[in-house]
Design a protein around this ligand. Sequence first.
Ligand code: SF4
Length: 267
Amino acid sequence: MSETQIEWTDATWNPVAGCSVISAGCTNCYAMEMARRLEAMGIDKYAGLTRKSGKRTVWKGIVREDWSALDIPIRWKRPKKIFVNSMSDLFHEGVSDRFISEVWSVMKRTSHHHYQILTKRPERMAAFVRKHIKEIVPNVWLGTSIENAENAPRVVSLKTVPAAIRFISFEPLIGPVGAIDLAGIHWAIVGGESGRFARPIREEWIDEIYEQCASYNTAFFFKQWGTWGKDNKKRSKKANGRVYRGRIWNDMPRGLDTTGTGPNGSR
Ligand code: SF4
């Protein structure tokens, strides 16, 4: 798997398959349904990872390291922003330190790419990096997902990780996050949930994050409204679009910006 419709990256790289739900943001994880479809298409890597639960597809908790996928980014000669493990969580307890070290080694060897690692297990990420990574690899971005105030403490672990770029994905934003210390956080992505079971997003929750990004000089990327629009009405993700405060927000971490002025005023 490589090309993607995810707005903030160019490609996905999935050296791990399978995961397990860890918090409320995982409830409608698109990777569960995608894994089921890939299994139905006969792709062995995703076989047996999910089961049906009522109308939903859910993970069984099996995690598979795909050693054969490790060299994929080495074969990509043109530079890309690469989202690592869109179908899993690299820091799931089922992934060995040895395997994560191999992933790091590939990222270090392919410095023409930028790697975006997003986890809901930042405590393990912080412990792993401190123990095994001797120097910051400049093209590796480390991030965590925060979907509501309950999970906002994940930022504390993220901030302890030595990294060139630290980022937070506030997606799916399913509740207010509240006051959050974004010092040392270079980039924030915000988005609503999409799909059949999507939960609503409120504009005031986005405002709260936007304003804090502005005061901490954190680049702001608004990914999507999702299935619920700003008027709190349900329609397609496409119809709801990506406009917030009258414009599209595609800001990237400083030095990598592709669009105009963000709330951090850095351009
Ligand atoms: S951690 Fe990510 S991949 Fe794993 S269940 Fe949650 S949303 Fe899905």
